[in-house]
Design a protein around this ligand. Structure first.
Ligand SMILES: Nc1ncnc2c1ncn2[C@@H]1O[C@H](COP(=O)(O)OP(=O)(O)OP(=O)(O)O)[C@@H](O)[C@H]1O
Ligand SMILES: [Mg+2]
Length: 365
């Protein structure tokens, strides 16, 4: 990993759900910080496993410095700095609006708008979008040598690549233009008989939906240019030669196929593909293909237990064979000759020891 990450400034860990993106991001950041870099890892970890592991009570929406003593006790000497934050998509979105708004009034108008409030937490891809928006902001701040970005637990890793475009696409899109046009939907809806419906609704619910809607679109219209610029900047950052995508997968069928697809997409889009991590791998040891039940029974003095052990052994073998076949398939399909393989550990990775174990595999010679 060390060689692959030399001179990289932005490292994006992408992959299918549950394959170890958050774990790998944290371990990568830890390794780079140990080498002397000022590193910030931005994670999207609703489970807060990372925050807990690193001893951060409130990750907030800004990077927090991880106490080096916390890692020193586990044999990791941090010569640089390790900063960590957990992305809060809603807050990032609000901060972005605040930055792009031409004045305070426009800002408050958008932030207070009920449609915006719903949309900013619900719009598809907003988590992906805010992740890259935050990345962009941290990059511009020049506070860090390296940024490591975990990506959201989306079902499709590609959502992430398209995020800037999808969001600006939405704001620039036909739907919005139709709505905003002087004779557009907004005007028509507000102008016609629906006014009656609206006023009934307002009386019943106290919510003036149409007013909210028109304010929303009017005020967002003023931010469009900023959004567009932002998206262009983000896109350039993602394609930069000092940015790299690490594709993470487990050896299971679906994540493997998604990793292959994603690696291909990166290449097609001329995005920097930095390497493949195959996590939760079951290695095939040099043992016999099957357990000797008779010998086990003698050794254990318990036929039932011996049968159980033999079955567990057979299952491990099958898993290992599956994983080796998956690895071969992955290498062939992605053209990556040297993936980094991390074994399935005995327990969950939920503390510093777990992270250190992953880190050792990532940075092994
Ligand atoms: N090598 C490993 N051995 C054992 N457990 C692991 C290993 N790597 C990760 N795990 C466990 O697998 C689970 C998923 O890991 P992680 O949260 O890092 O994945 P993720 O890709 O970020 O998931 P999501 O898509 O939900 O964000 C966690 O419970 C973690 O502790
Ligand atoms: Mg995660």
């Amino acid at each position: 990993m060390k060689a692959r990450l030399t001179d990289k400034r932005v490292i994006i860990c992408a992959g299918s759900g549950g394959v170890g993106k958050t774990t790998t991001s944290a371990a990568l950041a830890m390794g780079l910080a140990a080498e002397g870099k000022r590193v910030a890892v931005v994670t999207i970890d609703p489970a807060r496993r990372l925050a807990d592991a690193l001893g951060l009570d409130d990750l907030g929406n800004e990077p927090h410095l991880v106490d080096p003593q916390r890692l020193a006790g586990h044999g990791i000497e941090v010569r640089g700095e390790l900063w960590a934050m957990m992305l809060d998509p809603k807050r990032t979105f609000d901060e972005l609006i605040a930055r792009l708004a031409p004045d305070e009034r426009a800002r408050d108008e958008v932030l207070a708008n009920r449609i915006y409030q719903q949309l900013s937490s619900a719009v598809a891809g907003s988590q992906e979008f805010t992740a890259v928006a935050k990345l962009y902001e941290l990059d511009r701040s020049e506070r860090f040598d390296v940024l490591v970005l975990d990506t959201p637990p989306s079902r499709n890793a590609l959502d992430f690549l398209d995020a800037p475009e999808r969001l600006t696409g939405f704001f620039e899109g036909r739907a919005l233009r139709v709505f905003l046009a002087p004779t557009g939907l907004a005007a028509r809806v507000v102008g016609r008989g629906t006014g009656v419906v609206s006023s009934v609704l307002k009386r019943l619910t106290g919510v003036d939906l149409l007013d909210d809607l028109s304010v929303f679109f009017r005020s967002l219209g003023g931010l469009l240019e900023g959004f567009r610029e932002r998206a262009a900047g983000v896109k350039a950052l993602l394609a930069d030669e000092r940015t790299t995508f690490i594709v993470i997968t487990s050896p299971e069928h679906e994540p493997v196929e998604e990793a292959i697809f994603f690696a291909g997409k990166l290449r097609d889009a001329d995005m920097p593909f930095g390497g493949l991590v195959v996590n939760r791998f079951h290695a095939l040891d040099s043992g016999p293909p099957g357990a000797d039940v008779a010998a086990l029974t003698t050794a254990l003095g318990d036929a039932k237990l011996a049968a159980k052990v033999a079955r567990a052994y057979a299952e491990e073998r099958t898993l290992a064979e599956r994983d080796h076949a998956a690895l071969e398939h992955l290498c062939r399909a992605t053209g990556e000759a040297n993936p980094i393989v991390i074994p399935q550990l005995d327990g969950d990775v939920h503390d510093v020891d777990g992270l250190v174990a992953i880190h050792r595999h990532l940075f092994a010679d």
